[in-house]
Design a protein around this ligand. Structure first.
Ligand SMILES: Cc1cc2nc3c(=O)[nH]c(=O)nc-3n(C[C@H](O)[C@H](O)[C@H](O)COP(=O)(O)O)c2cc1C
Length: 162
């Protein structure tokens, strides 16, 4: 499979957008990245998954801390999505925009996200150049009722057309 073609095929899948965050082990530094690979997995017990590039900073920090949070972005969070997807912006500089609180695990959560899930890593499954992380949900909230930020064919959609 040609990688460019494969990416073009996958880009046809419409999704919401999340920012996956974690906290440095011992130093309290914050890390995070934009991710659309979020999925619900089980209700009993509450489990979710994300699939992250294994070479990335955020993934490596999650493996060290053993915790992460998933923040579901609203229609007006495009700037945050861009910032957390930009390789040239690193570490705490990604948190320059937005009002960030700290969840039970220590992971940062966005105060005006549509929802957040605070998780402990329960399994890591290597999958090619990515790793599927299974998160056991410790806490969750729905801070705001608003239209989601959507992503399709490398384009953001800032709301829902019904
Ligand atoms: C809308 C969108 C969704 C993304 N979803 C993922 C994803 O699910 N998994 C992933 O590994 N990278 C994803 N990325 C790319 C990362 O956000 C990007 O590579 C980021 O710089 C990684 O940060 P890090 O290397 O500091 O961990 C996505 C980017 C965008 C714009």
């Amino acid at each position: 499979m040609d990688p460019t073609f494969f990416r073009a095929v996958l880009a046809q899948w419409a999704s919401g957008v999340t920012v996956v965050t974690t906290v440095g082990n011992g130093d309290g530094r914050r890390y995070g990245m934009t991710a659309s690979s979020f999925s619900s997995v089980a209700v009993d017990p509450p489990l979710i998954s994300v699939c992250l590039a294994s070479a990335g900073t955020t993934y490596r920090m999650i493996r060290r801390s053993g915790v992460f949070a998933v923040n579901m972005l609203g229609h007006d969070h495009r700037d945050i999505s861009d910032r957390f997807a930009t390789p040239e912006i690193a570490g705490r500089d990604r948190f320059a925009n937005g009002d960030w609180d700290t969840a039970w695990t220590g992971s940062p959560v966005l105060a005006d996200s549509l929802a957040w899930l605070d998780c402990v890593v329960t399994a890591c499954h290597p999958a090619g150049d990515h790793t599927i992380l299974l998160g056991s949900v410790q806490d969750a909230a729905t801070p705001r009722s608003a239209a989601p930020l959507l992503y399709h064919a490398r384009t953001y959609y800032e709301g829902l057309v019904r």
